[in-house]
Each structure stands twice: as structure tokens, then as C-alpha cells.
Design a protein around this ligand. Structure first.
Ligand code: FES
Length: 239
């Protein structure tokens, strides 16, 4: 038994536009979409380009658009698509470098912009002291620390796709990962309380639907809107 993959092929600067190439791959019960792509690369067409590393939903590098939805291809089984075909495209919202590989520079810059480290007033980095935390203090931010930077939430976000300046779901969830950490002394108000940051979110919630790690970025954003609103009325309040 086999299933047909329709895979977007594109070399910017050389091809006028992306085209779809069809490949028949074995339909095995334990094969993920990524296994199908690997079969194509190993057996049918070695020029196909895509990213992957861990094959176990940890590294976040294998995100692609599968039949219109942003998915981790290592965690999406081919059998989910019945008799097929399975249409595989690069993640929407990002410039394509080649075939299924997208440019992640803008995403990385956004993550860096939220000061993704423990900020301690009056202490130099790197921190050398130990700071004990209770299980409840860990639970306060743990959900937001589960992000694997797969960018599916950006690809699903209708705001980011229309406005690339929008800070976006993962970066705001990352900021909250530190804001809600009992060891952190910042609230990242200067970065987060901007029109292109939390106030740009229209609370569609597609980021949360797309997240394979249940980080719930939509909740992180709504929660910070409350923090930001309170802070503008009570400037000494934080978090
Ligand atoms: Fe690492 Fe899919 S290959 S998350």
C-alpha cells in the first residue's frame, strides 16, 4: 500500500514560483509525514530540502504545513490522511529558503527581544547564587517553559501572517515564562506593552490550537494584557 505526497518545491531566485511534485511512498502504520519525506530524499529525489533533527517532538525543527495546517511532521502519522494525498508545504508566514526550509531569523530576533533570561536587579550575569523554589513557584511558569520553538503558533496566527512586526505568541509566552518566575525581577513591560506586542493580538486562539506542547500562548497573552492594564493604572504593580 502507498500514499501520494504532494510536496512544495521552490528555489527562490531560480524558480518563478513554487510547484508541487508528487511522490508515492509506502503507507506504513508507524510512519510519520517526516518518514515519508525521508523516504523521498533517500530513494526518490535527493534534492528535496527539509529540516529535522530529533524525530521525537523535542527539537522543534520539523514544522511544516500539512494539508493546510501547521504540524510537527515527526508527530503526524501518514495514516491520519486516509488514502491521501498529503500536501506538504513550508510553514506559512516565513520566507522560504528552499523547498520546505524557512528563514527563522525574524523568529529568533523576536525571542531575543523579550530578554529571555532571569533579570536580577543589582546582580551581575551569569548568576552564581542558588535560589530555592517551591513546587508552586515552579508551577507558576512551567507551562510556558515547555515551548520547543517550532514556530507552528506563528504560522497559525492570522495577525503575524498579516503583520510581520507583531511580536507573536511564542515570544510573549517566553516573556511570561520569565515574568512569572519567582527568581526574576523584570516584567518586560517596555517590550510587551506595545501595539505590536500583546495589544496586537486579537485573541483568535489559533496559536494555542496549533501548539504541540500545550503551552497555551493565547492565555499568556491575555494574562499579560491584564498585567499591562493594571500597571498603567497602578505603575508600581508588576505581574
Ligand atoms: Fe524534532 Fe520533529 S524532528 S520536533
Amino acid at each position: 500500500e502507498s500514499i501520494r505526497l504532494e510536496v512544495a518545491r521552490y528555489r527562490p531566485g531560480q524558480d518563478a514560483e513554487p510547484v508541487f511534485a508528487s511522490y508515492e511512498v509506502p503507507l506504513m502504520p508507524d510512519w510519520a509525514v517526516l518518514d515519508g519525506l525521508t523516504y523521498v530524499k533517500d530513494r526518490l529525489d535527493g534534492t528535496l530540502s527539509f529540516r529535522w533533527s530529533c524525530r521525537m517532538g523535542i527539537c522543534g525543527s520539523c514544522g511544516m504545513t500539512v494539508n493546510g495546517e501547521p504540524r510537527l511532521t515527526c508527530g503526524t502519522f501518514l495514516t491520519e490522511y486516509g488514502d491521501g494525498p498529503v500536501r506538504i508545504e513550508p510553514l506559512k508566514g516565513f520566507p522560504v529558503i528552499r523547498d520546505l526550509v524557512v528563514d527563522i531569523e525574524d523568529f529568533l530576533a523576536k525571542l531575543s527581544s523579550v530578554r529571555p533570561w532571569l533579570v536580577r536587579e543589582g546582580e551581575e550575569l551569569p548568576l552564581t547564587a542558588e535560589y530555592a523554589q517551591t513546587p508552586a513557584q515552579l508551577d507558576a511558569y512551567k507551562q510556558y517553559s515547555m515551548c520547543i520553538n517550532c514556530m507552528l503558533c506563528y504560522s497559525a496566527c492570522p495577525v503575524y501572517v498579516l503583520d510581520p512586526d507583531f511580536l507573536g505568541p511564542a515570544a510573549i509566552a517566553l516573556a511570561q515564562r520569565y515574568n512569572l518566575d519567582s527568581r526574576d525581577m523584570d516584567d518586560r513591560f517596555d517590550v510587551l506593552s506595545q501595539e505590536d506586542a500583546v495589544w496586537g493580538c486579537t485573541f483568535v486562539g489559533e496559536c494555542t490550537n496549533a501548539c504541540p506542547k500545550h503551552v497555551d500562548p493565547a492565555e499568556a497573552i491575555q494574562r499579560y494584557k491584564l498585567t499591562a492594564a493594571l500597571r498603567s493604572v497602578l505603575p508600581w504593580s508588576r505581574r
